[in-house]
Design a protein around this ligand. Structure first.
Ligand code: BTN
Length: 259
């Protein structure tokens, strides 16, 4: 199904829109079909049946409860920090939509009131002569506290829970794409250095005590998060030195829990 998106003002992102009633994963859809699709293609659904999260986790929601959207960026050059920039765009879009403060938990969880409302998964696909990036964004829209409790997600929250409003997948997707386009253009043209300060300002992790965990859950490092490096690494002051932490294989927690 291909259609326009009401409220979309971006010119390049969303120039092609694939709106699906349901799909296994919007990231899979664009990874499988990206070679034939133009830069900026948006694929979205309100019913993603086998969504994938960071670090091999799954990302699930019942039909109509969440937005799953992916954007195609080609070529992939110069987009190493795209996932952080997506986080900045989503935090701004949701703050604007709801009139409340949404912040980034490094690298790109979006949180409100200390709980996670959105996750982002960027994936690279290498093709014959050039690669592309698929940026996948999942936003909890209508789930209830009881649904999250049943799913064993104590730190999750939906937009409806924080704002009392039921946002549609279309309105939410359009708001995110509109916010992302100018930031993505700046990333391409000026590099992440031009956005780093804004990212740090919107990042709740910076300035907090953190614990860096391996995939197996063992503690690799504890310290104070003091900033974000040029490459997008989290800079952690361990007490004796500043350690750059890459998002690839670790998760970061506060000392008392999620934040
Ligand atoms: C995370 O926090 O672990 C990242 C979650 C990313 C979920 C989104 S939903 C749209 C896109 N399609 C997927 O299969 N995953 C991403």
């Amino acid at each position: 199904m291909t259609d326009g998106l009401c409220g979309l003002t971006a010119k390049i992102l969303g120039n092609r829109i694939i709106a699906l009633l349901t799909v296994d994963s919007t990231n899979n859809y664009l990874k499988d079909n990206g070679e034939q699709l133009p830069n900026g293609t948006l694929c979205y659904t309100g019913w993603q049946q086998a969504g994938r999260g960071r670090l091999g986790r799954s990302w699930c929601a019942e039909e109509g409860q969440a937005l799953a959207m992916s954007l195609l960026f080609k070529p992939s050059d110069g987009l190493e920090q795209l996932s952080l920039v997506c986080g900045l765009a989503v935090s701004r879009a949701l703050s604007r939509l709801c009139g409340q403060m949404f912040q980034i938990k490094w690298p790109n969880d979006i949180v409100c009131g200390g709980r996670k409302v959105c996750g982002i998964l960027c994936e690279n696909r290498w093709t014959g002569n050039n690669g592309f990036v698929v940026a996948g964004i999942g936003v909890n829209l209508r789930q209830t506290a009881a649904a999250f409790e049943k799913a064993g997600l104590p730190y999750a929250v939906s937009l409806e829970m924080v704002s009392g409003q039921a946002f549609t997948v279309e309105k939410t997707a359009a708001a995110i794409v509109n916010e992302l386009e100018p930031l993505w253009l700046r990333l391409k043209q000026e590099g992440f250095s031009s956005l780093r300060g804004e990212y740090e300002q919107g990042c709740i992790t910076v300035g907090r005590p953190v614990r860096v965990l391996s995939l197996g859950g063992s503690i690799l490092l504890e310290g104070i998060a003091v900033g974000i490096a040029e490459e997008g690494y989290l800079l952690v002051d361990s007490g004796s030195k500043i350690v750059p932490v890459s998002a690839g294989e670790v998760s970061v927690r506060g000392l008392d829990g999620y934040l």
